[in-house]
Design a protein around this ligand. Structure first.
Ligand code: ZN
Length: 354
């Protein structure tokens, strides 16, 4: 835990230093991410203990000035390809997390199309043309929006559709989306660089990083780790558990929990089975809000064989979160993590502390 935390703090410090280097261009617009009342405290002097100092970050407070992208911008995508962006006037965003990042960077007015996973900010994304599901993209529909930039992450596909967009002369910039707590910062920095506003990227990534560091520091105070089972549900047809190498595994672990599916040997997503439920014996069941609705709420959930007999089932301890908020690894990740830590604290309190 300690070396990891120190590493994160160092990263936060580097981000702050980097944005301080560009102090000439403090022009920003308000972000879609609510400003924490006190800027998170994770920017100690190199020798200070974590979260023990409240460094002033006044120069990163957003102003209402306009952002002026510096173009052309060049990025290297997750496959090692160099992508040159000449114009950000018409952006089609292929994945919900990247859309959320574009808006949080203050560039949402340039977005002309989003995919069906783009649910935040809700009113803005609802009003935009929808290009369908990120893994089943259709090149014609995207090209019809006359994009000057198509941007997303490695979830976007199929590759043939992306190749067709590239061959029409439109830059396609895709960033890696690893299932780690570093993903939000990596994606923010990539998107900001692609949009020609790298300084704003350092600023936002630094804020998100600080929120994550603060939530992790809070997680360390849990008297014991709760056992957590995450279920991905789409009615009775799709019922899966998430083990190692998933975004939710990173979240559960960072929030101080034990992913009971990982402990049961699950890697990636795997079909829910009675064996896994019995081995997992979760203190709490974690689901997506839509998933919980799809099985008819907590009563429906507890009809799944084995679940009612677990500690979580007996006490009806079920947590539900919005999917993009919990799994998106976007700009609200630090807030989602803080929510998870608070919920885990309740769970541990209810299950008898130590
Ligand atoms: Zn993604």
């Amino acid at each position: 835990m300690w070396p990891k935390l120190v590493k994160l703090l160092t990263f936060a410090l580097v981000l702050v230093l980097l944005s301080a280097c560009g102090a000439g261009s403090t022009a920003t617009v308000p972000t879609a991410v609510p400003e924490p009342t006190a800027i998170p405290t994770a920017i100690p002097a190199p020798t200070a203990a974590p979260a023990s100092t409240t460094a002033p970050v006044a120069e990163s407070a957003p102003t209402s000035a306009m952002l002026t992208p510096v173009l052309p911008a060049t990025v290297t995508d997750y496959q090692g390809e160099t992508v040159v962006v000449e114009s950000v006037d018409r952006i089609v965003s292929l994945t919900g997390d990247i859309t959320e990042i574009i808006f949080a960077l203050g560039m949402g007015d340039y977005v002309v199309g989003v995919d069906s996973s783009a649910t935040y900010p809700a009113e803005k994304t609802k009003a935009l043309p929808n290009i369908g599901y990120q893994r089943r993209l259709n090149a014609e529909g995207i090209l019809a929006l006359n994009p000057t930039l198509v941007i997303g992450d490695e979830a976007a596909g199929p590759p043939e559709a992306l190749a067709q967009i590239r061959s029409a002369g439109v830059p396609v910039a895709l960033v890696a989306d690893p299932p780690t707590m570093e993903a939000p910062m990596q994606k923010i920095l990539f998107v900001a660089r692609a949009l020609g506003i790298p300084e704003r990227g350092y600023e936002l990534a630094g804020q998100v990083e600080a929120e994550i560091v603060r939530a992790r520091a809070d997680a360390v105070t849990l008297p014991r780790p709760p056992r957590v089972l995450f279920l991905y549900l789409r009615g009775t047809d799709v019922q899966q558990v998430a083990g190692a190498n998933t975004a939710i595994d990173a979240m559960i672990t960072a929030a101080g929990g034990v992913n009971a599916a990982t402990e049961a040997g699950i890697v990636n997503y795997a079909p829910l089975s009675a064996e896994v439920v019995i081995a997992a014996q979760p203190d709490v069941i974690l689901v997506l809000t839509k998933g919980l609705e799809s099985v008819g709420g907590v009563d429906g959930l507890l009809q799944i064989p084995g679940l009612a007999d677990t500690p979580a089932g007996q006490q009806r301890r079920v947590l539900d979160f919005d999917d993009l908020y919990l799994l998106g690894m976007g700009p609200r990740t630090g807030q989602a993590l803080a929510d998870l830590v608070a919920a885990f604290k309740d769970t541990v309190a209810q299950t008898g502390g130590s």
